[in-house]
Design a protein around this ligand. Structure first.
Ligand code: ADP
Length: 611
């Protein structure tokens, strides 16, 4: 059995070389036999023809010698006769040695017999001439010798003709032979070519077919068909490659199976974790179809997983607040990890949840779905409510005595109960300032607790932002001027109207401008501007003051947060927190852009009025 491709290819070549050699040998043999046939033809027949010709010449000369003997010179005749006799026998013996044709032997025997009689008769002729009359010798010659002479001569001619005919026939035979051999060679060559082609095709296919099978197997694997096996049974290099290929695909499919197993295990693990979490969890895809809810979500939202999975969020959980949070994340309006607080009615009681919507990102960082976690913060809310109630009550209780204190200091400073000396005036003034500061803190606290408890009433109206800004800036121009600060606004009068609670916005603007005045040195500039952006009005209060470090940019909007480095200018740290709450009520946003030493720019957005 041929095991390797090398051996197979080598055997094809050897076979073809053998075939070529076979044809060459046949052709050489044919040529050789043809050559031999022609050779035989020339050699054998030609010798006999020459012998016959010389014998005729010799006997004819002997005939003349006899006549010389009779008529001219006896001795000369006898001598010449004997010479020619020797020559005749020489050629006769050559003819005898070269018998090749049928009937040739008989002719030669006949010549031999007749010629020996002819020689005997010449002896008799001599005897007659010597013993009898010359006339009798002549008669003997005419009657006895001459017929034998003619008989010998005609036999020699017969020998000549026989060999000539044979030579001619041999030539014909050689012609036929050469033709036959030519046809034979053609047939053998054709058969050999056919055989060679068949063997070459057969072996080439045997080598190439497994390669094609390997190629199609590799393609199939490329398309993901890992169960693909290649059925190559040869024991050569391709067979080895196929068996390596098969074990590779087997290992690949085992690897894939184990990967799938791992994936399923990991999925079940995650599922178990999600299911066991006590906070309600809802998972949706990009089309807002629910893909998973846990036990807690089933209880809180009064749904059953089997009924809601695969259905649109709003079809199964009719809560627009949660839906809006999810939609904002999927639409990219909110961060990938967005948090807010919502209230749900659970068993007819309000429960507060911190809702966190986290997007599920795919490999390309595109959103593929969301995970919504609802964290029950009802208890915290209740504690906060208690705190807020306490602050409200305390603030309320503080306001009346504070009002009396401030009124009392006013009366004293207005010298209603007599003149105060300078020391007394200073003390009363300090009491008045602190009282006012305390009053504004109490007011801020009251406002904040009202907002947080939802008791803050909003009075939205169609308003001109120009009027609001103008009303805020005008009373502060003197204070700015006294401090050497340029305060101005560049708000066009024809801006589209906004839909706002103007008192709340005035509070915000007032807080921002007084802050700017507090934190800007003499020679600084405070500029207020407003412009529309999309469907909002963007208002900004920009100063050239001390600026705010980046780590405080979001913290300063929390309650009681003040920048450490900024000198205590007597604030409460509540103004921006209240501003943020007010802006939220307007569905807007507030932020600061600032760098220490390069001033601050407070920006907030307000809704435009829509008919
Ligand atoms: P306060 O009553 O303390 O001003 P706010 O909430 O209005 O309370 O401000 C919080 C803090 O933010 C301030 O104490 C101050 O540190 C910082 N801040 C506010 N506005 C500016 C400003 N324009 N320039 C620099 N810092 C400011």
């Amino acid at each position: 059995m041929l095991r390797s491709i090398k051996a197979k290819i080598l055997s094809i070549y050897i076979f073809l070389i053998f075939l070529i050699s076979f044809i060459a040998i046949i052709s050489i043999l044919n040529l050789y036999s043809l050559n031999k046939a022609i050779d035989g033809l020339i050699a054998s027949n030609y010798k006999s023809i020459v012998a016959a010709t010389y014998m005729i010449d010799a006997v004819e000369r002997q005939d003349s010698n006899e006549l010389i003997y009779l008529e001219v010179d006896r001795d000369k005749g006898v001598r010449a006769f004997n010479d020619n006799q020797r020559e005749f026998y020489t050629w006769l013996s050559r003819a005898k040695d070269n018998i090749t044709e049928a009937g040739e032997d008989e002719i030669i025997q006949r010549i031999s017999r007749d010629y020996s009689r002819y020689v005997d008769y010449f002896s008799k002729l001599q005897e007659i001439k010597n013993t009898r009359s010359p006339g009798e010798a002549t008669v003997f010659y005419d009657n006895e010798i001459s017929p034998i002479f003619h008989s010998v001569k005609s036999s020699c001619r017969e020998l000549l003709t026989l060999n000539e005919t044979a030579m001619f026939n041999s030539k014909e035979k050689a012609n036929v032979n050469s033709k036959n051999q030519m046809y034979g060679t053609i047939v053998i060559s054709a058969l050999s070519i056919l055989l060679g082609l068949t063997v070459a095709f057969y072996f080439t296919r045997k080598i190439v077919d497994p390669i094609y099978m390997l190629i199609s197997g590799a393609r199939s694997i490329q398309e993901g068909n890992l169960s693909q096996r290649i059925d190559v049974s040869t024991k050569d290099e391709i067979g080895e490659l196929a068996s390596e290929f098969n074990s590779m695909t087997m290992r690949l499919s085992q690897y894939e199976k184990s990967n799938i197993k791992n994936l399923i295990f990991e999925k079940n693990k995650s599922l178990a974790i999600v299911k066991s979490i006590s906070d309600p969890i809802i998972v949706t895809d990009n089309d807002f179809r629910i893909t998973l809810v846990n036990k807690s979500a089933e209880n809180i939202l009064d749904i059953s997983e089997s009924e809601v999975v695969g259905r649109h969020f709003l079809e199964s959980i009719n809560n627009r607040n949660i839906f809006k949070e999810i939609k904002d994340v999927i639409d990219g309006k909110e961060n990938n990890d967005h948090t807010d607080i919502i209230t749900l009615m659970v068993s007819n009681k309000p429960r507060h949840f911190m809702i966190t919507v986290t997007s599920i990102l795919n490999d390309d960082n595109n959103i593929n779905g969301t995970v919504t976690v609802l964290q029950d913060i009802t208890h915290l809310k209740e504690v906060e409510q208690i705190k807020s109630d306490f602050v409200t009550t305390a603030s309320h209780e503080l306001r009346t005595p504070l009002t009396s204190i401030i009124m009392g200091t006013r009366l004293l400073l207005d010298n209603v109960s007599g003149d105060l000396n300078d020391d007394q005036k200073e003390i009363v003034q300090a009491i008045d300032e602190d009282g006012n500061q305390l009053m504004s803190l109490v007011n801020d606290l009251l406002d904040l607790s009202r907002i947080e408890s939802g008791r803050m009433q909003m009075d939205f109206r169609r308003t001109s932002i120009y009027d609001v800004i103008e009303a805020c800036v005008r009373p502060l121009l003197d204070i700015a001027e006294n401090r050497g600060i340029v305060l101005f606004h560049e708000v066009p009068q024809d801006l589209p109207p906004v839909y706002i609670d103007s008192n709340k916005i005035k509070y915000i603007l007032n807080n921002l401008i007084t802050n700017a005045l507090k934190f800007t040195d003499s020679g600084g500039v405070i500029k207020i501007s407003a412009r529309t952006e999309g469907d909002t009005m963007k208002v900004s209060v920009k100063d050239t003051g001390i600026g705010i470090p980046e780590e405080y940019h979001s913290a300063i909007f929390d309650k009681f947060t003040q920048v450490k480095s900024s000198a205590n200018k007597g604030g409460s740290g509540l103004g921006l927190a209240i501003a943020k709450e007010y802006i939220k009520k307007h569905d807007g946003d507030i932020w600061v852009e600032s760098e220490p030493g390069h001033g601050s720019n407070f920006v907030f957005t307000l809704p435009l009025y829509r008919g």
